[in-house]
Design a protein around this ligand. Sequence first.
Ligand code: HAM
Length: 422
Amino acid sequence: MNYRIPRGTQDILPEQSRKWQFIEQKIHDLCNRYNYKEIRTPVFEQTELFARGVGDTTDIVQKEMYTFDDRGGRSLTLRPEGTASTVRSFVENKMHGWADQPVKLYYVGPMFRYERPQSGRMRQFVQFGVEAMGSADPAVDAEVIGLSMDFYRELGLSNLKLVVNSLGDKESRNNHRNALIEHFEPRISEFCADCQQRLEKNPLRILDCKQDNDHELMATAPSILDYLNEDSTDYFKLVQQYLADMDIRFEVDPTLVRGLDYYNNTAFEIMIDGEGFGAITTLCGGGRYNGLVEDIGGPTTPGIGFALSIERLLMALEVQEISLPIEEGLDAYLVTMGEQAKAVSPKLLHGLRSKGLAVDGDYIGKKMKAQMKAADRQKAEFVLLLGDDELAEDNIMVKEMATGEQKQVPLKEIAEWIISQR
Ligand code: HAM
């Protein structure tokens, strides 16, 4: 039996994982600057949370969830996204009572969706997301959008397109909903079975249908922007004003509806332009979800956030040929010659590591030349040459790889010597 990795998942091998670590560090630094605090929630939750939170008319809930019964007969689901879990935790931990509002959180972790795998669309992928709950100030919308744009900019990406829309508040959405039903109802039989169901449950979803997106009624569908009431219009204007003040360029796209049910007012996506990216061009998506905390059993609390996947970010970096400034290599590699030198190497390596140095040595009985090659491959700054003769005199030979310069150093001073060269 040959075991294979499950479809739509990947192994991240050491070469790649250094990039992941760099990106994760960038996330922590950036969120720290914006004063967002990390939250870690379980990878599975009660199925009902997502049905309720993400919305049972969405593709995610209808077709893409990894749902199973545990041995106690409870229905659990691997999280397909992070917002519902974060809101569940907000409610359960009574974060609405915390002194500092809004509560600003971020997360990085694996999400699971049973999708048709293709490049940039995985069944397990890692999202970085932020959620700010407890403020209905459009300045928070601008902050959240600014954070996501800063993230990509600081990693060096260009040709990004920020698209924003407003889905309106409850009243505006209801008016728009009625207009959509009126628009599609007479010819709904020409649409797919999913859309026929969506008409009653959530006609906005029809606009997001991948199957029917060429139908002529799509292009002429009533635009949400014509149905925004005064509050929603003013809100959207302010978000746009703040973005302009922050020198963040954007386009308004009234057809942007997003694939999850919880949004109202601001919705946004960041796309990447350009060759080589294939069909999937959305890097990041988010928006406001003012009713969600209440839906999940908490007090009325406004919220906004976004999520993006590291997988799509890495694709974008590759397409734009951006290499991350990753530091690699060892401080030193220990090359031993002779039985006695080999015998003291565990103690020597351990001592160097406990002083904070990154060092390694040979464990498979390589000849000296092969050990030197290993030192080179491992990008060691120094090679420490220890033969039985040096050992007898309590000395060690140090060779700087960049210059080839050699020097003898007393064995007990070697850690300090390497540190002094940094
Ligand atoms: P979403 O649009 O479903 O929103 O996903 C956000 C991002 O996750 C996408 O733009 C994409 O980068 C990434 N993504 C989604 N599915 C896949 C996949 N199968 N493979 C690789 N990457 C993927 C949400 O998940 C919302 N929770 C965002 C949010 C947070 N809204 C408010 N707060």
